[in-house]
Structures are given as structure tokens and as C-alpha cells.
Design a protein around this ligand. Structure first.
Ligand code: PDD
Length: 298
């Protein structure tokens, strides 16, 4: 087997269009609109102790993404849950994630939405440690980079080239990720979010700051759960955009996403944050998030 075939075989059993099969046997048409136009949406759901984290919120966001692009959901919520649970069982997944995407399906190439194309649902499991990782223990570094994405970042589309490009640039510069920056209407630069996560800082007074929801960022499911859990614990939260300078002057920083949960950021564009180790507020919010997420896991 080639390395790629071996890697795919390691992906275990996947779901494609109503059937379960070994990853290496999954086939889609090159005329699928996902291939020609990047025409599709996706979700990533974390699995802890064989249970799905924040499942209902991921479905709600999936529906928003689908509706925004006039895409039809090809499966009922109950079947989607059953499909993800089966992928957990088939792949003996104790910890990791389920990736799922819905593309508009196969049609002759034409820019307008095709009539009658059947959406294609594809999903696979990734077996990997999420909880106890070097990144979660030691924190990660980020650098600033221009936000090159389109104007509807609230839609979770499979068009991930800007994110992929940003990560490649980060790797070149020896950073783990990019915090994307964009000029605001007031002429000042602000952080939008990480390339695949939401960005947060903690100021010198212990206030926790993250950008408010709009079309400028993805409405993170982890962000929402972490916000609610932190608020309930009495932590002061401010939803507003912050500047790169504020980020570098922060007492603590972290990012949130499915599978990374609440991940400490200890270096921002070359500047060490705090004492260079995960801070107390970050650790507290991580613990609060995990408690809340586990409580509602299904
Ligand atoms: N990324 N912002 C962006 C641009 C993202 O791609 C993601 C998720 C998030 C965090 O959203 P959530 O908390 O719902 O995971 C924010 C996923 C994990 C990915 O692309 O793999």
C-alpha cells in the first residue's frame, strides 16, 4: 500500500450517502459541487468518553449554514445522531472527533444553484487525544496575519483555503496558529478570530474579552458554552472586538474550538503573554467548559 492508502485505511469506517464503508473505498463524483465550487458546509463534533459534545448546538449551526446557502439537509436530526453514534461504535472512538459535511451534490458545472441536485452527506471519525495534549498543558503560540476570508464567516463553509494558507504561514514562521486581523470601520485594526477557533483575551483586571457575534466570525459552539459557563460562575465577560496591541498586552489569552476546547495561548506575535504559562482564568474557564460539556454530552 502507498502511504496515502495506509493513512486512509487508518481512517476506519466512514459514512457516505447512506452507507458505511472502509475509508479507502469511499468515492464521490468530481462533478460534486464541493469539488468544483467548494459548495458545502461542515461541522466538527468532539467525542469524549464515547459521547458527543454539544451535539444540539452543532445541529442548530448546521441548519443556519444550510439555510444561508439554500442547501437542503439530506438527513433528519435523529438519523444524524444515530449516524454519529454508529461511527463512534464502528471506530471504537473513546476520544476524538466526528467530521461531517454536506455538499450540494452532483450537477453539470454552472454557477447558479442547480435544480434537483441531491446533497451528499459525508462523515468520518478521527481517533485522537483531545483532553490531555502538550498544547493544552503548555499553551500555543499565535502570530498576526491578515484576514483574507469572505464576508460571511458565520457560515461554516468548506472553503477553508484562507485558513489553510494562514496555518501554513504560521508553520513557516514557527508559530502554531494565526490570529486574523482586519481593519474596522473606525480605521483601527482588530483581531477577528483564529484560523479555526475563536480568540479570547483576559485583561489586567481579570475581564474576559472575546469578539461579539456578527458575520465577521464563526459563531463557535465552544465559545457559546464557555461563555455561559464562565458567566454562571461570576466571571466578568465583555463581548467586543480587541486590537492586536490589546492582545499583546493581555494578562492571559486563549482560543476555543471543538476538540481543542479552551486552549491557552502563551505567545502572541513574538510577545510572551503573562509568565509564558497557561494562566489561572484560562484554566478555570477550561475546567468550567469541560464540566458543562460533559454534563450535556450524549
Ligand atoms: N473549527 N472559528 C473558526 C474559523 C473555526 O473554523 C472554528 C471551528 C471555530 C470554533 O467553532 P467551534 O467551537 O464550534 O468548534 C471558530 C473546526 C473545529 C475545524 O474547522 O476543524
Amino acid at each position: 500500500m502507498t502511504d496515502l492508502a495506509t493513512a486512509l485505511a487508518g481512517q476506519g469506517i466512514v459514512y457516505l450517502d447512506g452507507a458505511y464503508m472502509p475509508a479507502a473505498e469511499a468515492r464521490v463524483s468530481p462533478f460534486d459541487r464541493a469539488y468544483l465550487f467548494g459548495d458545502g458546509v461542515y461541522e466538527v463534533v468532539t467525542v469524549l468518553d464515547r459521547k458527543l459534545i454539544d451535539f444540539p448546538a452543532h445541529i442548530t449551526r448546521l441548519e443556519r449554514s444550510l439555510a444561508a446557502l439554500s442547501l437542503r439537509k439530506p438527513i433528519a436530526d435523529a438519523s444524524l445522531l444515530e449516524m454519529m453514534r454508529r461511527l463512534v461504535r464502528e471506530n471504537d472512538l473513546t476520544e476524538g472527533l466526528i467530521y461531517m459535511q454536506i455538499s450540494r451534490g452532483v450537477a453539470p458545472r454552472s454557477f447558479d444553484w442547480p435544480e434537483g441536485a441531491a446533497p451528499v452527506l459525508f462523515a468520518f471519525a478521527v481517533n485522537k487525544p483531545c483532553l490531555d495534549t502538550p498544547a493544552s498543558r503548555n499553551g500555543v503560540s499565535v502570530m498576526f496575519g491578515e484576514d483574507r476570508r469572505w464576508k460571511r464567516r458565520d457560515i461554516k463553509t468548506i472553503n477553508l483555503l484562507p485558513a489553510s494558507w494562514a496555518k501554513a504561514e504560521a508553520a513557516e514562521q514557527g508559530a502554531d496558529d494565526v490570529w486574523m486581523v482586519e481593519r474596522g470601520p473606525d480605521g483601527r485594526d482588530y483581531v477577528t478570530e483564529g484560523s479555526s477557533n475563536n480568540a479570547w483575551i483576559v485583561d489586567a483586571d481579570g475581564r474576559v474579552i472575546t469578539r461579539a457575534l456578527s458575520t465577521d466570525i464563526l459563531h463557535g459552539v465552544t465559545r457559546a458554552t464557555a461563555l455561559a459557563a464562565a458567566k454562571a460562575d461570576g466571571i466578568t465577560l465583555v463581548e467586543r472586538a480587541f486590537t492586536p496591541a490589546e492582545a499583546q498586552a493581555a494578562a492571559e489569552a486563549f482560543v476555543t474550538s471543538a476538540s481543542a476546547f479552551v486552549l491557552p495561548v502563551v505567545k502572541i506575535d513574538g510577545k510572551i503573554i503573562g509568565d509564558g504559562a497557561p494562566g489561572p482564568v484560562t484554566k478555570k474557564i477550561r475546567a468550567l467548559y469541560l464540566e458543562a460539556a460533559r454534563r450535556s454530552a450524549m
